[in-house]
Design a protein. Structure first.
Length: 202
């Protein structure tokens, strides 16, 4: 499968079947995704790989509340995922790298707040997209879950060091036949072509 085909076919699913995970394949997907760009070769992006229902249950109990697990229409399908990767960012790895002599003139070694655009977020996005394309190439399905709530509970559940921040989690497995198309796809707005622009007129 070429990149264009993978991009066209890729979509987020909200329902997985209960197929068992292939740990070797999952590890290969997440390892290969780290070929994505890493600013200054800082290597401050990591995956915490979760395999099987026990570890996925621990994740969902930390990442969601009981009301969501009991009432959300999408909860059962998402919880059937066979594996997951929690994408971790280590800002201090970037600060340390940009404190070295060949990067020191950037001023970015002063600390995380010195970065107008944190490179670790960009690198995490690149690794995330690479993983999604590799999952598609492998004939599997994926869902990306943001980390906008319960980050500390997730970190506590898996003993993730405080130096890390969570970018998000990718669930993967075999998509279920009852998966429904997201209503978000029908939102009006600019097309892809309209979002590729030339310099603005002055």
């Amino acid at each position: 499968m070429n990149v264009t085909a993978a991009l066209r076919q890729r979509r987020m699913v909200r329902s997985f079947d209960t197929s068992p995970p292939d740990e070797t394949l999952v590890r290969e997907i997440f390892t290969t995704s780290l070929l994505a760009p890493t600013a200054g070769h800082s290597r401050g992006i990591s995956w915490l790989m979760l395999i099987g229902p026990e570890e996925l249950t621990t994740y969902f109990e930390a990442a969601t509340d009981e009301h969501w697990r009991k009432t959300a229409a999408r909860a059962p399908g998402l919880r059937n995922a066979s594996a997951a990767g929690i994408l971790l960012m280590d800002p201090e790895a970037y600060v340390a790298r940009y404190s070295e002599s060949d990067k020191a003139t950037s001023g970015l070694g002063a600390g995380p707040t010195a970065w107008p655009v944190p490179y670790w977020v960009g690198d995490a996005g690149a690794a995330s997209m690479a993983a999604l394309l590799l999952i598609e190439e492998a004939g599997l399905s994926a869902a990306f879950l943001g980390a906008f709530r319960h980050e500390e509970r997730i970190k506590a559940a898996f003993e993730i060091p405080d130096t890390y921040s969570i970018y998000g989690t990718i669930l993967l497995g075999v998509g279920a036949s009852d998966d429904r198309r997201s209503a978000s796809l029908d939102r009006p707005g600019p097309t892809r072509a309209e979002r590729v622009m030339r310099p603005f007129e002055r």
